[in-house]
Design a protein around this ligand. Sequence first.
Ligand SMILES: [Zn+2]
Length: 353
Amino acid sequence: MLEQLNQIEGEALAALEGIAGDERLEGWRVATLGRSSPLMQVFDQLGQMPKEERPAVGRRANEVKRALEAALAERADALRQATLLRALQAEQLDVTLPGRPGARGRLHPATQTLRQIYRIFGEMGFQIYRSREVETDEYNFQLLNFPPNHPAREMQDSYYIDTGTDRGENPVLLRTHTSPGQIRAMREYSAANPDNPPPVRIILPGMCYRYEQISARYEIQFTQVEGLAVGEHITFGDLKGTMSDFARRLFGQQVRTRFRASHFPFTEPSAEADFECFLCGGEGCPVCKYTGWLEILGCGMVHPVVLSNGGYDPRRYTGYAFGIGAERLTMLRHRIEDIRYFWGNDLRFLEQF
Ligand SMILES: [Zn+2]
């Protein structure tokens, strides 16, 4: 009988060695330690054995049972560890793999130009003044020396806003230029000290709206950067110097500028400033239409009526103003041929900048 127990133990342990799965482990347990297993039958037969053999066989049978149970537990544990290890290796993260690049946004080309303009004028001591996009006729036209029915209004067909009330000659509209901000800024500055209003040195950037036939050259919305300097002893020479400095900071130290007489209701005298073509250096090319010059901005000395509407006494104060079209400047710099690309939201266009 003891011989048989040794054999049971030896065979069971050998079988256990080769087991690699949980289900087969359970099969081994039933076959080895289950009710009808040879080992359990040894326990069942103990009663029929001669008395003197019983203790030795019983002790040995219990030893074998404990040994097999311990071996089972050990094997089960080993299998669990192996499964865990496999899972860890399979799901291992390879941190040396290069990551997938995320899609990165970028600034709109008009915004890039705006920021460059801000930086240049910021370096010259100008501050940014943000004014409203919804204006009254009074601020958008009348206070800027465009009386009702003035022919210059013809140039700025407007989007009027239905306010539900008859506002007579002062309807509400989307601003057609950034110039109403001049009045708002001067009034804000002068309100603090009406007898001695402080000097003004600001740029007013922002969106403007005109009722235009949309084409490659005209859009119903565009970005302007207005500039305004008001103080004592400001002359046309200061205007020319500032605009020329701007041209050099934008296009390089060699760039020349020229001023041509023009007309705006809110400046007197008025001028168009042309910058020498940055592409051909004045030789003539398709961008400058073979003139060597690019029309960049309109400017002039602030009209006395506008100064006084802003709270600045024109007998004591003078000033200059200028306006730059940000999209137009961007189109020149990047040779963009159609202004409609700016608001078309076409990534093939936007990703080029
Ligand atoms: Zn050119």
